[in-house]
Design a protein around this ligand. Structure first.
Ligand SMILES: Nc1nc2c(ncn2[C@@H]2O[C@H](COP(=O)(O)OP(=O)(O)OP(=O)(O)O)[C@@H](O)[C@H]2O)c(=O)[nH]1
Ligand SMILES: [Zn+2]
Length: 372
């Protein structure tokens, strides 16, 4: 095995192990956390060190039936040591949270429900940092992007936290901006941070206390790598400046995907998580727009679309200025996207949407014919 940044052995609790994980571990197996996966094998961290473990027959069979059962970074697993000294990954422990791409997975008490065909990008993430720069090129923070990433974060089951990064660039407009961001993220902690001045970095550390595991979501250039380096207290990630300055190669030792941080806690950073867009976030959208959901309870019609229906409490709130119009537009857009994403994986829903389009097209044609 190549040189590793991980120490030779691990205190399991520093990797996030706790009593309820212990209770779920099948007898006779060795507890380990998946740091990275390759085809058919995982790099795992356990009390005895850092190993490669191939998947046992049970894991292979389960994964063939449903890819959600494939081990992924962040998973807790049970290993068996084979006679020849190799390790085999025998069992996955139930996931507390999961980022799933392209499937209709639901977290239930026992872990993920088994009826999905999605791919799990990361498991057992406790905190999702949504990073949005106070200033990005010449634009200020994009509230719509924050809402979109929050929907995804809620959907994973983890706790979202919004970080307005590069706060040093905002100047006097920061308090106003923070107010706007807070209004786009009801029920979510919002912090201004600067990896440059160190402002707010301790608050981020605080969210990781008790060895919690986090992911950082955000657009390219949001400052994710710089933040992870600030949290680790060392250069674990290659940042844009490094990439621009001398191209590839300097930080090639940086390839682990589960990153233990100097001050405690862990970060999961994978290309899949970096590229994650908008998947399966139906319920997540409801949580991001809890203010609209609350207003909607006072609409005259239970199925109000908050468009032009009489007695719509949401429109009324836009009109009296309590709900920003931008937010209603954003809700509309994300609702449509979520429905479309769900329809890609749900044949019945797809059929229903197609039928709806057929009816609309027919009506359009009819009204065209009827025109004098
Ligand atoms: N002024 C200021 N600049 C920052 C701060 N954090 C990051 N930057 C700069 O922003 C640029 C992008 O930072 P990265 O950390 O590489 O951004 P990233 O989100 O990891 O980007 P990708 O790897 O493309 O996803 C770099 O030039 C950083 O030096 C900050 O707190 N303040
Ligand atoms: Zn309404």
């Amino acid at each position: 095995m190549s040189a590793s940044r991980f120490p030779v052995s691990h205190d399991l609790s520093s990797l996030g192990w706790d009593d309820s994980h212990a209770a779920a571990l099948p007898d006779g197996l060795i507890p380990a956390r998946v740091a990275r996966v390759d085809r058919g094998a995982a790099e795992v961290l356990c009390a005895a060190g850092h190993f490669q473990a191939h998947y046992g027959a049970t894991v292979r069979r389960a994964a063939a039936a449903d890819p959600v059962a494939l081990p992924c970074v962040g998973d807790w697993a049970g290993l068996r040591k084979l006679a020849e000294g190799r390790f085999e990954l025998e069992a996955l422990l139930p996931r507390r949270t999961a980022f799933v791409r392209g499937g209709v997975a639901r977290l239930s008490r026992g872990g993920l429900s088994g009826d999905s065909k999605g791919q799990v990008l990361a498991a057992n993430v406790d905190v999702v940092f949504v990073a949005e720069p106070a200033l990005h090129a010449t634009d200020t923070a994009d509230l719509g992007r924050i809402e979109r990433l929050l929907a995804l974060a809620w959907e994973s089951g983890a706790q979202p936290v919004v970080l307005v990064t590069k706060s040093d660039l905002a100047g006097e407009s920061l308090p106003f901006l923070m107010g706007e961001v807070a209004a786009a993220a009801p029920g979510v902690d919002v912090h201004a941070i600067s990896s440059l001045t160190g402002e707010g970095v301790d608050v981020v550390h605080g969210h990781l206390a008790g060895t919690r595991t986090a992911v950082v979501l955000g657009a390219s250039g949001a400052g994710k790598s710089t933040l992870v380096n600030a949290l680790a207290g060392t250069e674990v990630m290659e940042t844009q400046q490094v990439r621009a300055a001398d191209g590839r190669g300097r930080h090639t030792t940086v390839h682990r995907e589960l990153i233990p941080l100097g001050g405690g806690g862990l970060i999961i950073d994978t290309p899949g998580i970096r590229r994650i867009g908008l998947y399966d976030m139906g319920e997540g959208v409801d949580l991001v727009f809890s203010d609209i959901e609350e207003l909607a309870e006072r609409c005259r019609f239970a199925d109000c679309g908050h468009d032009s229906e009489p007695g719509c409490a949401v429109i009324a709130a836009v009109e009296d200025g309590t709900l920003p119009e931008r937010r209603l537009e954003s809700w509309n857009k994300l609702q449509r996207e979520a429905l479309w994403m769900a329809s890609r994986t749900d044949a019945r829903l797809r059929k229903e949407l197609q039928n709806r389009w057929k009816i609309i097209h027919k009506e359009v044609r009819k009204s065209g014919r009827n025109r004098p």
